[in-house]
Design a protein around this ligand. Structure first.
Ligand SMILES: O=C(O)CCC(=O)C(=O)O
Ligand SMILES: [Fe+2]
Length: 331
């Protein structure tokens, strides 16, 4: 099926935005500006352990979001990750199309662009590339970009580093709940915990003030760990305001996702977020979704429940959660 890519639309030097990208008035960035003078938490992993545990659990409870620095991932690796992503999106359109996905038939991995199902539905100003990167038994290397040739080795190296950081963050989050440090990781599948890479590509948009790159949502993952290029655009929802996230070089953007909110029985918040687009420049971001295997049963941890603290969420498999989220059904 022929898909109109946002990147191709953008290259066509549009003067006006096609109707399906124009958001209703209340959703437009021009009518819902970010609050001034508020900044997101920044947490350095180089601090003493108990300080990091306190800061991570406070930020996760109050914001569901923080920037992580001194995480040990080499700057040069983050740079290479971005380069191979840029190089893929700079390939000829025909070559990119050979990786086209088709979510309508369950083929989620590959090169994608969201499409409208009807005239009222709005779409986001974004193309993306999506694939599973971990564990090795779930990886389909034939879907990964073959060009540039270093794509695979760079992404495998990055995935190993993300696994290490994930482990640390999950330990801090477990301790912040008063649980043994391995509890959250083992609830999320232990050795079988999964990673999905989504490269988000937001081309220049002729009317960024009325469009969105990604509409407001919470991630259904346990955690999302993201690095952006140098074009700002991510905003997180806090105390009834949008807060713009200013990047710090090589900091990891850590989002608490729905599965951690459920496991923590609501102590940690899955952050509502959106991303804006830019008139002149292409924004890109590399989001790694940390998710449990589909058959994993997720519900509030029993240690956190008693008479005063009844479960706030139902218990179900991640597959069921995903199905309901995709189809906008109540959880
Ligand atoms: O590009 C961003 O900063 C946000 C992307 C995002 O929210 C997502 O991929 O789930
Ligand atoms: Fe997201």
């Amino acid at each position: 099926m022929e898909v109109q890519r946002v990147q191709s639309l953008s290259l066509g030097e549009l003067k006006e935005l096609p109707i399906q990208f124009i958001r209703p008035a209340h959703e437009r960035p021009e009518n819902s500006k970010a609050v001034e003078g508020v900044t997101v938490p920044v947490i350095s992993l180089s601090q003493p352990h108990h300080v990091v545990v306190d800061e991570v659990s406070k930020a996760s409870a109050e914001w569901g979001f923080f920037l992580l620095t001194h995480h040990g991932i080499q700057s040069s690796l983050i740079q290479r990750l971005k380069e191979v992503g840029h190089e893929f999106f700079a390939l000829p359109q025909e070559e990119k199309e050979s990786y086209a996905n088709d979510p309508s038939t369950g083929k989620f991995e590959g090169y994608g662009t969201k499409m409208t199902k009807n005239h009222e539905e709005k779409v986001e100003w974004i193309d993306y590339f999506f694939h599973v990167t971990y564990p090795p038994s779930k990886v389909n290397h034939h879907i990964w970009p073959k060009n540039p040739q270093t794509y695979r080795e760079v992404n495998e190296e990055y995935s190993n580093e993300i696994l290490r950081v994930t482990d640390k963050v999950l330990e801090m989050l477990s301790e912040g709940l008063g649980l043994e440090k391995k509890v959250l990781r083992s609830n999320l599948g232990g050795e079988e915990i999964e990673q999905e890479m989504k490269i988000n590509m937001y081309p220049p948009c002729p009317q960024p003030e009325v469009a969105l790159g990604v509409e407001p949502h919470t991630d259904m993952s346990a955690l999302t760990i993201l690095v952006p290029n140098d074009v700002p655009g991510l905003q997180v929802w806090k105390d009834n305001n949008w807060v713009a996230v200013d990047s710090i070089p090589d900091a990891l953007f850590v989002h608490i996702g729905d599965q951690i909110e459920v496991l923590s029985n609501g102590k940690y918040k899955s952050v509502l977020h959106r991303s804006l687009v830019n008139k002149e420049r292409t924004r890109m971001s590399w989001a790694v979704f940390i998710v449990p295997p589909h058959e994993t049963v997720i519900g509030p941890r029993p240690e956190l429940l008693d008479h005063q603290n009844p479960p706030k969420y139902s218990t179900k498999t991640y597959a069921e959660y995903r199905h309901r989220k995709f189809n906008k059904l109540p959880q």
